[in-house]
Design a protein around this ligand. Structure first.
Ligand code: FAD
Length: 360
């Protein structure tokens, strides 16, 4: 018969070696990040893990930001036209990934949309003094990139400015070298990776956790999430897809995207209104105007967060009808929430349905 003291020690040993949940947060890419991982006590000290993850995210921020004038991407955006620019291989890979999605969408998704994003006031750039009336400029930006001051939401650019910006858009004029080492702008272009590099940052953070030997985790950066493995109680990670006003309309959804990524895009995060009409940061490169279909939010589940991130932006431009047809034709897991006369409605592609947790 084991003595009580020994039983207590055994219980303590069992409890103290059981895997537990550790969580940490931080700021990067102008937004927040949250990480949860499962580990045995003392096996993966939180300060070490959080340092490695932050470094992975900060690296993407430093190299792929249009908000840092000295980033690799911004140096490429100012490089001479027609000359190959030596650049990190992973930026070349992202450009290739983006091209696949541009071609899939007939150009509705296009990372060279930067001049339009900046013109409509959704890009980076110092804020001109209020009342200056000055159409501010990106610090050290290429001459052709105008920046409409979003402090004055009434300033819808005139059509001539839109046409001028659109002349500098077109993923077909962005070329990569077969050896992944250079990119070339074949005309004045301004590449904006905001729609894909945040997701790529999640993928990089997930890889950093795997390299530490952590197999069960959730990484979220500004709403883009990658989950792998299980929670300490053995259940899958469960995520809520919920846009504004959808909770009370019973239109949120719970999903369990086991070992996959979930990204969302919406028209409610970054927009301005003029005469009751909403202009969001999702720009249709083919018209030069913010997309104004009835779509409110898109959620996409995919194997990588970068792809889910870019697909969600693409579907915001295509809208729910054209988007659902494409998602079903290509087997993409997507959920569309759109405005109706009295609120919202949702439609879900066939590939998305298996991830939904039935709400009793
Ligand atoms: P998404 O739908 O994922 O992306 C929308 C963005 O994609 C738009 O803002 C526009 O830039 C671009 N876009 C619009 N239309 C199209 C289209 N048709 N095709 C392709 N792209 C399109 N924000 C800050 O305020 N401060 C920062 O310091 C900052 N740093 C950043 C650094 C990096 C590396 C990245 C990737 C982003 C950074 N951001 C920063 C931007 C911020 O994180 C964005 O708001 C965010 O990336 C947009 O993500 P989303 O999920 O809101 O929208």
């Amino acid at each position: 018969m084991l003595l009580p003291g020994i039983v207590l020690v055994l219980v303590f040993l069992v409890l103290s070696t059981r895997p537990r949940l550790y969580s940490f947060q931080g700021q990067v890419m102008g937004t927040t990040y949250n990480v949860s991982y499962v580990a045995r006590p003392f096996s993966h000290p939180l300060p070490e893990v959080s340092g490695v993850v932050h470094a992975a995210l900060a690296d993407v921020d430093q190299r792929m930001s249009t908000y840092k004038q000295d980033s690799e991407l911004m140096r490429f955006n100012r490089a001479p036209v027609g000359q190959p620019f030596k650049i990190s291989p992973d930026i070349v890979e992202l450009v290739r990934e983006a091209r696949v999605i541009s071609e899939m969408s007939g150009g509705a998704y296009d990372i060279t949309v930067g001049p339009l994003v900046n013109l409509w006031g959704f890009g980076p750039g110092e804020q001109p003094q209020p009342g200056s009336g000055d159409l501010g400029r990106l610090v050290n930006a290429p001459e052709f990139v105008q920046w409409l001051d979003s402090q004055y939401p009434g300033q819808i650019p005139d059509q001539a400015a839109i046409d001028q910006a659109r002349a500098h858009v077109g993923y077909q004029s962005l070329n990569d070298s077969p050896d992944d080492s250079t990119l070339t702008r074949n005309k004045e272009l301004f590449v904006d990776l905001s729609s894909i590099a945040k997701g790529y940052g999640v993928d990089q953070a997930a890889d950093a956790l795997r390299e530490l030997g952590i197999d069960d985790f959730m990484v979220e950066v500004g709403g883009e999430v990658m989950v792998q493995g299980l929670k300490p109680n053995g259940n899958p990670w469960r995520l809520a897809v919920i846009g504004p006003g959808m909770g009370e309309n019973g239109l949120s959804a719970l999903v369990e995207p086991v070992d996959k990524a979930l990204a969302t895009s919406g028209d409610y995060l970054n927009f301005f209104e003029v005469d009751g009409k909403r202009y969001s940061h999702t720009i249709n490169p083919l018209t030069g105007w913010p997309e104004a279909k009835r779509i409110a939010e898109v959620a996409v589940i995919a194997d990588t967060t970068a792809r889910a991130d870019a697909l969600a932006t693409m579907f915001m431009v295509l809208g729910d009808e054209e988007g659902l047809e494409l998602a079903n034709r290509l087997g993409i897991a997507a959920r569309f929430a759109y405005y109706t006369d009295d609120g919202y409605a949702t439609v879900t592609s066939e590939a998305f349905k298996p991830y939904i947790v039935p709400q009793i």
